[in-house]
Design a binder for this molecule. Structure first.
Ligand code: ZN
Length: 164
């Protein structure tokens, strides 16, 4: 008997993510399922919370508000920077993401919203900020995590070994 989904378990799911306008943002059906370590914030908090206690074979239509998804849209997080702030050999396009450093030195992802002439609008808002996320999920497998997976805070594939 497989355990129910709880912290410290590796969970395999198929999912389809639908946005407010009915468009499909992402899905695993027809491809490789998603494997994650429950309780380690590998997935958005609202989905992790709603999947707790589910069993292999269960499915759910999990609706996740922005506060438990990718956050509310914060206009103050948009910033215009000159093109010269980017590596010269990169073609800048809306939707690209970069790693930058916050003032406290922590790595922080930013996304390009638009490029106009020499001005680039970057934002710390996730592209899905402000969206209510509807996940159709099927639970494919649940197993206890290995000690190494718990230490790393993520699931390892069938090969098991890897370096960071
Ligand atoms: Zn690892």
């Amino acid at each position: 008997m497989k355990p129910a989904i709880a912290n410290g378990h590796v969970v395999t799911i198929h999912y389809r993510l639908t946005l407010d306008d009915g468009s499909i943002a992402d899905e695993s059906f027809g491809g490789d399922p998603l494997v994650y370590l429950h309780g380690s914030h590998n997935i958005v908090p609202g989905l992790e919370r709603q999947l707790a206690g589910k069993n292999v074979g269960d499915s759910c239509e999990c609706v996740v508000p922005p506060e438990e998804g990718y956050g509310n849209y914060d206009p103050a997080a948009d910033q215009t920077v000159p093109k010269t702030a980017f590596p010269p050999n990169v073609e800048l396009k809306a939707g690209m993401s970069f790693q930058t450093r916050a003032r406290n030195g922590q790595a922080m992802p930013v996304w390009i919203r638009s490029v106009k002439g020499d001005d680039v609008v970057v934002t710390a808002n996730h592209p899905l900020a402000g969206q209510t996320l509807t996940f159709k999920v099927e639970v494919v497998d649940v197993r206890r995590a290995t000690a190494e997976e718990k230490k790393h805070g993520h699931a390892h594939g069938p090969g098991g070994h890897h370096h960071h």
